[in-house]
Design a protein around this ligand. Sequence first.
Ligand code: GLY
Ligand code: MN
Length: 360
Amino acid sequence: MVVQDIFRNLQETDTILIMNGGENAIDKTFFYLTGAESGLFEGSAVIANEDRIELIAYNLEEQSARETGKEVTVVDTKRQMEEKVAEKLKGKNKIGVNLESLTANMFSSIKKLLPGSEFIDVSKIIADARTTKSPDEIKKLREAARIGSEIYTDVLDNLKEGMKETDVAADLVHGMMRGGATGPSFMPIVGFGSNSSIPHYFPGERKLKKGDFVLTDYGALYKRYCSDITRTAVFGRATDQQKEMYEIVRRAQMESMHMIKAGANGRLVDRKALEVIDATKYKGRFMHGLGHGLGLEVHDHSALGRTEDLELKENMAITVEPGIYIPDYGGVRIEDDVLVKKDGFEQITGNSSKELLEVS
Ligand code: GLY
Ligand code: MN
């Protein structure tokens, strides 16, 4: 969707106020509405309606705000920020807010600033708009996927016995930024050997040795848009069991991915991957949903979950990431990013290897 579609779907109000909190409470909708490619925008506000999107930003963000080409008001203090928001929304009976991302503190101060207004939660309309990507968003997602995919072979070429997981994480981030990324889209997961069986593992001090699985789950951020890629390889020769696990995960990914198209039910796509894995001796070892939406956030929206019926829509960007995890032994996950098309899908990350890569 394009931003203007949000306003066409609003019924009770024509105006939305987005108000960021501190660094950990930035509403990504701020960037969806303004297109600001740079800047943190803590405590900043956007007032938006069908014809106009206006930013109120602190002086330190002025340049980033002006680069959006939108109308900008600059303030120096929190008090001025509050006064400007109150002034610009004075007399508005109903104001839309994104309760999904607004902190309780911020909401309570907004209510105090505008005592005569009623606030309408428009988070569902915003979330729906953000799930289907515009051509410009797709361009950025493709670039994030390309950068992330292209660095993988360099990172594998650089693997050496005794390297730490954090060294490989550093290589991933370094490679993506050299390749044009704004940054990593999240802190990379790098698990050697048995650590690869922990889906959300944080890289640590473990040293690489022959025969280890090397699971890397990482992504590039490009102009605020995310990719999310997982590759699993073996350092040295793979055992039959390692190869078998890889082959099953790959088949689960392929068979489920081929069900993706506009109108498909995400839960049934997930179920396909689960059925492939559960038909083997690894039954029960795929313990998370098959994939999620990608966009301004790595986990942008639900997509291929185990319990939720969710209709896939054209121009959604989603991950497909089956895995098999065996505690104290190791895990395999393969994750690729795809765009949902009218009659199918398009994979935007480079193809993962059909066979388990053995790195010597
Ligand atoms: N990249 C980590 C995850 O999708 O959970
Ligand atoms: Mn993922």
